[in-house]
Design a protein around this ligand. Structure first.
Ligand code: TYD
Length: 207
């Protein structure tokens, strides 16, 4: 089972992933937790290039191609082998992030970025996606209040960009109701964890 967590900046998904991975393991399944961009040594190197704050002049298509290249390596080196071994794979971001950030917010077009990513992934789509929905203003406030969170190049984009990212995810959730479940990330952490576990635990029982 391949589960992805998606959403804007500061939505708290990384914290929730850690808690859910623990619960899935307690339920007797092996879990691989990974993230994008990154997850393998090559993909992490590409991540550094993309997110470096000095990469300010990066062209939008270059950005989309680098995310897709990083994803390709991640899929073949880590995700597919783990799925073949029967593990539950949880990825902090995947394909939908490219559709929302590069497709919608950068204006490259969601259909175009989807096509590029089909080449990259060979068509591997998640079984389940949790979309952590939060007003971008609140997300950015949380990031600024967290001294441990590094501010990357995309965090530096203005509010209109982050509004478009949210619109992208909302569009995807509407178009893929069987795969994408929206979680209200404005609620207190404990409630968000309960809501996410209700969805993931329920799906796993049917596997
Ligand atoms: P990261 O620090 O992992 O952010 P977060 O904690 O919010 O997940 O940085 C990843 C950044 O890259 C984030 O701003 C979202 C962006 N991104 C894309 O624009 N396209 C993509 O395909 C992916 C995977 C991430």
């Amino acid at each position: 089972m391949f589960i992805t967590f998606e959403g804007g900046e500061g939505s708290g998904k990384s914290t929730v992933i850690r808690e859910l991975a623990k619960r899935i393991e307690e339920a007797g399944r092996e879990v691989v937790v990974t993230r994008e961009p990154g997850g393998t040594p090559i993909s992490e190197k590409i991540r550094d290039v993309i997110l470096d704050r000095s990469s300010g002049e990066m062209d939008a298509r270059t950005e989309a191609l680098l995310y897709a290249a990083s994803r390709r390596q991640h899929v073949v080196e880590k995700i597919i082998p783990a799925l073949k071994e029967g593990k539950v794979v949880i990825s902090d971001r995947y394909l939908d992030s490219s559709l929302a950030y590069q497709g919608m917010a950068r204006g490259l077009g969601m259909a175009e970025v989807y096509e590029l990513n089909m080449f990259a992934t060979g068509g591997l789509e998640p079984d389940l996606t949790l979309f952590f929905d939060l007003a971008p203003e609140e997300g950015m406030e949380r990031i600024e209040a967290n001294p441990n969170r590094e501010i990357n190049r995309l965090d530096l984009e203005g509010m209109p960009f982050h509004q478009k990212v949210r619109l992208g995810f909302e569009t995807l959730a509407r178009e893929n109701p069987h795969r994408i479940v929206k979680i209200d990330a404005s609620k207190p952490l404990e409630e968000v964890i309960s809501a996410a576990w209700a969805v993931v635990g329920n799906r796993l029982r049917y596997r």
